[in-house]
Design a protein around this ligand. Structure first.
Ligand SMILES: NC(=O)c1ccc[n+]([C@@H]2O[C@H](COP(=O)([O-])OP(=O)(O)OC[C@H]3O[C@@H](n4cnc5c(N)ncnc54)[C@H](OP(=O)(O)O)[C@@H]3O)[C@@H](O)[C@H]2O)c1
Length: 444
């Protein structure tokens, strides 16, 4: 029940957040507390709408013999095509549940699950709310209790089969007497890698895969990216004037964008595990870089600096609200190291001190997604080293002028127009007086 209460709160929070990128574009209703479907008048919820097709299938055909329970394993006439699968609406609902954990599950993926009883009634739902807390399947099965026996588990990611911080979900599914498991995508984690599905099949459970797979992959893009590359997915964000400047000639840049855009940035930070700037931005802007309480814990604030000539006093050094990590090369002066240590900030030496090595370190610390909020020098270095997969440019209807004034990017070392990639647009939105333009790296 605790998870149900949290689910309702999370849904409200999501609805209020106004984030530009919806968790998943389904066109379906968002998650509601399960009791509304079970006891609501007129059965007008998802159960009412989808009960027919699922229940009809589940009730036809011979029954299986597993575990002495009446199961509907053999009742699926043929493997449905994922695109036209009758499970698609339920999977989309599970994906909506999964999205409620956004910003809190790293290094784990976002996972949502629901349980239908043997008659096709929704009897349990859950999502992975936070790393270290129960997995989505466990929550949904606990809520379903005995009603899970002979029923169907719809889950956005292959159930795990290894002992991590929590016991393997595959065993919980088998023990609950589930007859059929519908999965959106296999777990890209090599520790699982199809093993969870194999365990379920070996126990005689019918397994259907690939339902809404593209949506599930999109939802867990940061997790998949980290597993594929060993680095978190990088989002580079900047705010610039209509004439393409990110600061005045004297370096002042607060504020180019309006309050609506700045609130959106706080929400974006809440979805990231770390926010990164270079030493230049610390010196020029003295930024705070928190989500203003939208994420608990706040994302790790990271400063990358070669020289380590950083101010003795900075808002980033005060860590009551959020932790700060300063990363530097092994030639940084020892006096500067000592001064930083006095301020209580964590300091890390990287021999190959640059964006790529930094992201490898952050992946080791469990980051799936990071936000680059740096100036042009570090932004260009991050792009050159393949550390940026998404861009978010806030364009303000202001003119800053000044030929020497800073622009968003330093040298990308491009010499021909053929080398210039066109990043597909993923979103455009008006934020108060400003325009937000979001792009995604073409090949990613
Ligand atoms: N409008 C916006 O959205 C926005 C956002 C951020 C910043 N800004 C503006 O940008 C200006 C600052 O620009 P900036 O380019 O100096 O800022 P920056 O990119 O945040 O910082 C540059 C610094 O990052 C470190 N660095 C860069 N590349 C590195 C690498 N490969 N390895 C290790 N360290 C590296 C160096 O620090 P050390 O010098 O300490 O060694 C370098 O001086 C300011 O005027 C600020 O207001 C605007």
């Amino acid at each position: 029940m605790a998870q149900l209460a949290r689910l309702a709160i999370e849904r409200k929070r999501e609805a209020c957040s106004g984030l530009i990128e919806p968790a998943i574009e389904t066109g379906h209703e968002g998650p509601r507390p399960l009791h509304r479907f079970q006891h609501g008048s007129g059965r007008s919820g998802l159960v009412g709408r989808f009960n027919g097709s699922i229940a009809t299938q589940a009730q036809q055909g011979p029954k299986s013999q597993h575990g002495g329970s009446t199961r509907a394993v053999a009742t699926i006439p043929a493997m449905p095509q994922p695109e036209s699968s009758p499970w698609l609406p339920w999977m989309r609902r599970a994906l909506q549940l999964a999205a409620l954990g956004r910003g809190r599950t790293s290094p784990n993926p976002l996972v949502g699950a629901l349980v239908l009883d043997a008659g096709g009634q929704l009897v349990g739902e859950g999502y992975h709310a936070r790393a270290g807390e129960p997995h989505a399947e466990v929550g949904a099965l606990a809520q379903a209790g005995e009603r899970a026996r002979g029923g169907t588990l719809v889950v956005t990611l292959e159930p795990c089969c290894h002992h991590g911080r929590t016991p393997p979900c595959s065993q919980a599914v088998i023990a609950a007497g589930i007859a059929r498991v519908v999965v959106a995508m296999a777990d890209p984690n090599p520790q699982v890698g199809g093993g969870g599905l194999a365990e379920l099949r070996a126990a005689g459970i019918a397994v259907i895969t690939g339902v809404a797979e593209a949506e599930a992959r999109a939802l867990n893009r940061p997790f998949c990216h980290r597993l594929a590359t060993g680095r978190p997915l990088g989002i580079l964000k900047w705010a610039m004037s209509l004439d393409g400047r990110i600061a005045l000639t004297n370096g002042a840049s607060q504020w180019i964008s309006g309050p609506e855009a700045r609130t959106w940035v706080h929400q974006l930070r809440a979805q990231c595990d770390a926010v990164i700037v270079g030493g230049g931005t610390v010196r020029a802007d003295d930024p705070l870089l928190t989500s203003r309480g939208r994420r608990d814990p706040e994302p790790l604030r990271v400063v990358l600096s070669r020289r380590l000539e950083l101010p003795a006093e900075a808002r980033l050094w005060r860590q009551e609200q959020a932790p700060t990590l300063v990363v530097h090369g092994d030639d940084a002066p020892s006096q500067a190291r000592v001064q930083l240590e006095r301020s209580g900030v964590e300091r890390l030496v990287l021999t190959d001190c640059g964006p790529k090595a930094l992201l490898e370190e952050l992946a080791q610390r469990g980051c799936n997604q990071v936000l680059w909020e740096c100036g042009p020098e570090l932004a260009a270095a991050a792009l050159r080293q393949g550390c940026v997969q998404e861009l978010a440019a806030v364009i303000a209807p202001k003119l800053l002028g000044g030929t020497p004034a800073r622009t968003p990017l330093g040298d990308l070392e491009l010499t021909t127009m053929a080398q210039v990639a066109t990043w597909p647009t993923t979103g455009r939105r008006v934020l108060g007086p400003d325009l937000l333009w979001q792009l995604r790296q073409p090949e990613d």
